[in-house]
Design a protein around this ligand. Structure first.
Ligand SMILES: [Mg+2]
Length: 206
């Protein structure tokens, strides 16, 4: 029996570009297509990152244009179905799909993503999958906040969140963290890092 027989791919900021388009969407002066202006000191906290551009602090997002505060729940209502459907693919998506499908077969690769709970998110994500990966992948989409429930000694999670990676490992799974400016692997080449980690894991397996 193979040691690794299942891969779970995160969607936001792994298969797509999410954080920078989201910051641009709420009025931050950043490019949707590069990480240059991401405030690395904010880590994996998008409200803190968004607020850093207006100089405001605290747990609520301050919308400069509307001069209005949004709490964490309300923040996500700013992102409707169109936002989720139209997120650009990441520069690594095609490789992540290709490598993992080659390694364990399409029937063993799943997209594991968390939905915000706000209207339009789930439907937008489904449509994004249909648009960018096709109908074969619709049935491979799992939405769940607690990704660790999919962890076992045969599974690998590929994700950009340190917390998700840590919890998945704590629950007996294996994980590869995708280097992004908001996690400790910032500065590493994401494509190379994931490729090396995947090969290392599969080598153990052969
Ligand atoms: Mg993510």
């Amino acid at each position: 029996m193979k040691m690794f027989d299942r891969v779970f791919l995160d969607m936001d900021d792994v298969l797509n570009r999410f954080t920078m388009p989201a910051l641009a969407h709420v009025g931050c002066p950043v490019s949707r297509y590069n990480f240059d202006k991401f405030p690395v000191e904010c880590g994996y906290d998008i409200i803190r990152a968004a607020n850093s551009f207006s100089g405001s602090e605290g747990d609520q997002f301050y919308d400069q244009e509307r001069d209005q505060f949004f709490n964490r729940h309300e923040f996500w209502t700013l992102f409707g179905e169109d936002f989720w459907v139209n997120l650009p693919v990441s520069s690594e998506m095609i490789h992540f799909i290709d490598w993992t499908v080659t390694a364990v077969g399409l029937k063993n690769v799943y997209i594991l993503t968390s939905a915000t709970g706000a209207a339009g998110c789930l439907e937008g994500k489904r449509k994004w999958v249909m648009k960018n990966l096709g109908s074969n992948w619709l049935g491979r989409l799992i939405t769940c906040k607690d990704k660790f429930v999919c962890a076992n000694k045969h599974s690998i999670l590929i994700d950009d969140s340190q917390a998700n990676v840590d919890k998945f490992r704590d629950h007996g799974g294996h994980a590869i963290m995708v280097p992004r400016p908001w996690n400790p692997l910032r500065g590493n080449n994401a494509e190379k890092h994931v490729r090396c980690e995947l090969l290392r894991m599969l080598r153990i397996d052969s």
